[in-house]
Design a protein. Structure first.
Length: 253
């Protein structure tokens, strides 16, 4: 049996990148999977490839974030696991971030997970059933580079939210954790590097050479770890904010 056999898993932000990797990994471990995204072509293709249900949603709207859970419950009767994988990484420093950009980051990177978790935990508590939630955070929660000020603020907030919600619902047997991922090789990162940093076709190779393990983080590796946290194999762990990265924060040379 797979690690997620007989579990209903919702992956928000699941049509590309790490989220899509989690959709594939969860389906491969026997889960019934629902996922959201804004791009219908990508979503419908992944749904056809995995047998998952695609729900088009703009998670910047908290009503649609909550509705993702409603749609999952309508389709499958419950939600056992939630993964919040949607992310916005557009650049902005303390000095040049506009209120509009700040609000965009908070909407996608913090408000959407908050209200999706609210809806999922409401369903779990109403059924008096255990559940698991994994939020995809970022090592920028530790501070981040100057050009990711609103992103870092939102991801730090997500880490705090994870601990608060996990503590609040520990006796409901709802386990909530965050995985703070580092620099990861995704199609979204490729677009970001080209749009904001003038990267050429060899940016991945150059980036890999700069990393301790000689490569960027890989989506399938992160997805496997997320599935482990969603599953019973991760035991009682809750309220953990885990740095999934090859750089040691706090270490000094």
């Amino acid at each position: 049996m797979g690690l997620l056999e007989d579990r209903v898993v919702l992956v928000n932000g699941g049509s590309q990148g790490v989220g899509a990797g989690v959709v594939r990994a969860a389906a491969g471990e026997g889960a019934t999977v629902v996922f959201t995204g804004r791009r219908p072509e990508a979503g419908e293709k992944l749904a056809a490839d995995t047998g998952a249900l695609f729900v088009r949603a703009d998670l910047a709207d908290p009503a649609q974030a909550r509705d993702s859970v409603v749609r999952t419950v309508e389709a499958h009767g419950r939600v056992d696991c939630l993964v919040n994988a949607a992310g916005l990484t557009s650049r902005g420093s303390l000095l040049d971030t506009t209120p509009e950009l700040f609000d965009q980051h908070m909407a996608i990177n913090l408000k959407a997970p908050f209200f999706a978790m609210q809806a999922a935990v409401t369903d779990m508590v109403a059924r008096k059933a255990p559940g698991t939630i994994v939020n995809i955070g970022s090592n920028c929660a530790h501070g981040g580079p100057p050009y990711l000020a609103p992103y870092s603020a939102a991801k730090a907030g997500l880490a705090g939210l994870t601990r608060n919600a996990a503590h609040a619902h520990r006796f409901d047997r709802i386990r909530i954790n965050t995985v703070n991922i580092g620099w990861t090789d995704t199609e979204g990162e490729d677009a970001t590097q080209r749009a904001f940093h003038g990267a050429g076709d060899d940016w991945r190779e150059q980036a890999a050479r700069s990393q301790p393990m000689g490569k960027l983080g890989q989506v399938d590796e992160i997805a496997a770890f997320v599935v482990f946290l969603l599953s019973d194999r991760s035991g009682v762990v809750t309220g953990s904010v885990i740095d999934w990265d090859q750089n040691v924060f706090g270490g000094q040379d």
